[in-house]
Write a protein that binds this ligand. Structure first.
Ligand SMILES: Nc1ncnc2c1ncn2[C@@H]1O[C@H](COP(=O)(O)OP(=O)(O)O)[C@@H](O)[C@H]1O
Ligand SMILES: [Mg+2]
Length: 320
């Protein structure tokens, strides 16, 4: 089959581990073909690729970039037209954005931040851990639960392991997040809400990743996470939308008047009172679980076709 010269070319960006895309995203290729868009899987760090041949590149399964985030940002800036754009990639790939959102009044999972190079000793770390219940230690730059561990505050051994874990991450140059373990996650799971251009599409419920105390995830869990379809409540859908509005106002180079992001996933967990609080917002390479929910795939394909038609978003200047 030859492609007529006017057919737009779209790169669906992946990593070397998924050269043909993740199976959930592969059906995007025929779905986009139905919309007269020639889409293909392209590996982000393949040096042979000439990104200028694509009318648009859409990040999908680039799940190997966390350990080389700066290289990934540099790549993002080099692509003529990237969705989501490089300023969003930069902002969202370091969980410090949660601090910025919390500072502006959004309900996020409460976090104590430990920064590398501050020379904390064991006692200083101990003092920053919660006194009761379980807590989580995780790096600020990570994905797929890598480097996250759960500990029990009242168990001296567990606390010692937590100190060692935090020390190790800090020594490796990571910023470290200390959070209370949200106990409702064990029973209710985590809710992931997907939005295309700001419009709610579908939701999943994800099982708790840190079920065992003391275990630190070393392997990427993104591909093995257990999810099921979930019917989000209006309050949850609205909370996700509020979080996205906060983000639009905070991302350097964007504003509340800029175009809503082509895709976004908002992950929330129930707090003690049952109200949803933000665990994280995935604006770079979220699994979108397009097979969940009727028409999720079509809605995403429609959004990408619309994004292509609208042309580059003027609000995407990378200011850093
Ligand atoms: N404070 C917490 N309370 C309960 N579970 C947590 C907490 N922090 C992390 N987790 C578990 O670990 C998983 C990964 O953490 P998350 O912050 O979402 O990082 P990642 O970017 O790796 O997805 C979550 O999906 C959740 O199951
Ligand atoms: Mg997560």
């Amino acid at each position: 089959m030859t492609t007529p010269p006017s057919t737009p070319r779209l790169a669906l960006v992946t990593c070397a581990d998924f050269p043909e895309l993740h199976p959930e995203d592969a059906p995007l290729i025929p779905a986009l073909a139905e919309r007269d868009i020639a889409a293909e899987a392209v590996i982000w760090d393949d040096e042979q690729v000439d990104w200028s041949v694509y009318d648009m590149a859409v990040i999908r399964s680039t799940w190997d970039y966390s350990s080389r985030r700066l290289q990934f940002i540099e790549w993002a800036r080099s692509v003529p037209r990237l969705v989501n754009p490089p300023n969003v990639v930069r902002w969202n790939s370091d969980k410090h954005y949660l601090q910025a959102l919390e500072d502006h009044g959004l309900a996020v999972v409460q976090t104590t931040w430990l920064e590398p190079g501050r020379g904390y000793d064991k006692r200083a770390l101990h003092n920053r851990f919660p006194a009761r219940e379980d807590f989580v230690i995780k790096p600020a730059i990570s994905a797929g639960s890598v480097g996250a561990g759960r500990y029990t505050a009242t168990d001296a051994n567990s606390r010692r392991y937590a100190i060692e874990h935090a020390m190790r991450l800090l020594a490796e140059g990571h910023s470290v997040m200390v959070q209370r373990y949200m106990p409702k996650v064990d029973l209710h799971g985590e809710i992931a809400l997907v939005y295309f251009h700001g419009t709610y599409s579908h939701a999943m419920k994800k099982e708790a990743a840190l079920t065992d105390v003391g275990e630190v995830a070393v392997q990427d869990g993104a591909d093995v996470e257990t999810v099921e379809r979930y019917k989000a409540t209006p309050a949850e859908i609205e909370a996700g939308q509020a979080a996205l509005a906060f983000a639009r106002a905070r991302i350097p180079g964007r504003s509340l008047s800029s175009r809503p992001l082509a895709y976004a996933r908002v992950d929330m967990v129930p707090a003690g009172d049952g109200e949803p609080v933000l665990m994280e917002m995935e604006l770079v390479d979220p699994r979108l679980h397009l097979s969940v929910g009727r028409r999720s795939l079509d809605r995403f394909a429609d959004s990408l076709a619309a994004e292509l038609r609208m042309g580059p978003d003027a609000a995407n200047i990378d200011l850093a």
